[in-house]
Design a protein around this ligand. Structure first.
Ligand code: UDP
Ligand code: MG
Length: 332
């Protein structure tokens, strides 16, 4: 096999403080991989500037001039981490055999990129970087993360726990990922959906090198909510269930109310009012839920997600021409 062309995609938003260190450390690892013969000399590090307001793009331009293996892509406005990442992946896909995505702050261990590439050469299409433990994160971030994975799992969204967006993908897997045209991107939910042979590589997550997190609580909650609503109709189903339970409950409550009435402990009008509130309320909730189910279906349809991904195919290559050739050869 020829040496694979690797592209490392690094989304950067206001990262001028950390970028020079990141560039030099990544280059170091990169050079080693090239000189050890693991990756092709055509491999590239691609910095994606996600509409930064500081000097990030100027820095990227400077670095690209100094090194032939570093390139830059500048987005016109801040599009968000996931969009910046997909922009980079899309660009990288055109000239790579495999692509690694990593954050600019080097919280992820760049040392394991070598293992990623080795796993790719072994035949894995997707290699997930998984944090061994989250000791460097705050207790708050750690416990919210655990809760998040539990909640997602309950709703039928199977994420790789403690894996963020540090991963390697083969061109074949990336081609499939790029068929997902949805606007609300939640990559770590999508990648496991495509399939292909995959494996995990464990590493220690470090402190941010410099600068501060671009994911404050508000953004994190929005991200989690996006993840849930992009992948699951469980919340809608919950409403339908509540409605159903309240209609059933209304029968029990109805008995209680009627008993009260016959015992004569009620005001006029209370009985009919109570029964209406419980029964009609339940019906309404159920109705909303059922309408929600249809909206959920429409939502799934408009996403136009691909229905399958082909991994191997001997059928399409099996052309009629080939068959004829075989027949001709046999008859000779
Ligand atoms: N990032 C981006 N666009 C944004 C926010 C963040 O490209 O709108 C990048 C950021 O530069 C970094 C990565 O996404 O490379 C992850 O962000 P950060 O490290 O701040 O998140 P955390 O690790 O704290 O979750
Ligand atoms: Mg970070």
């Amino acid at each position: 096999m020829n040496k694979p062309v690797l592209t490392i995609v690094v989304p950067c938003f206001n990262e001028e403080e950390v970028l020079p260190v990141t560039a030099s450390q990544l280059s170091g690892v990169f050079q080693e991989l090239m000189y050890d013969g693991l990756i092709s000399f055509e491999s590239t590090i691609l910095f994606v500037d996600d509409g930064s307001k500081d000097g990030t793009w100027n820095l990227i331009e400077q670095i690209t001039k100094q090194s032939s293996n570093i390139e830059g892509l500048k987005l016109a406005a801040n599009a968000g981490h996931q969009n910046a990442l997909i922009a980079g992946l899309e660009a990288a896909n055109k000239r790579s055999d495999c692509v690694v995505s990593i954050d600019a702050d080097l919280q992820d261990d760049i040392g394991v990129i070598r293992t990623f590439v080795e796993k790719f050469i072994d035949g894995f299409d997707i290699v997930y970087g998984v944090r061994d433990h989250r000791s460097t994160d705050t207790l708050f971030k750690r416990s919210t993360a655990v809760g998040f994975y539990r909640l997602m799992n309950r709703m039928g969204i199977h994420l790789i726990p403690n894996h963020a967006d540090f991963r390697l993908m083969s061109k074949q897997a990336l081609d499939e990922l790029l068929k997902y045209k949805e606007t609300n991107l939640f990559l770590r939910g999508l990648v496991p959906l495509i399939g292909f042979p995959s494996t995990k590589v464990y590493y220690d997550r470090k402190e941010r090198l410099a600068g501060e997190s671009k994911y404050p609580l508000k953004k994190m909650l929005a991200f989690a909510f996006d993840g849930i609503t992009s992948f699951s109709v469980a919340p809608i189903r919950f409403v339908t269930m509540m409605g159903f339970l309240s209609v059933i409950g209304s029968v029990a409550v109805g008995f209680y109310i009627l008993i009260q009435k016959f015992l004569g402990q009620t005001e006029t009008g209370w009985t009919s009012l109570m029964i209406s509130i419980w029964f009609v309320g339940g019906l309404q909730l159920m109705g909303i839920g059922i309408i929600g189910e249809y909206i959920g279906k429409i939502y799934q349809e408009v996403k136009h997600r691909p229905r399958f991904a082909v991994e191997k195919d001997t059928f399409s290559n099996h052309t009629v021409g080939k068959q004829l050739q075989k027949v001709v050869l046999k008859n000779q």
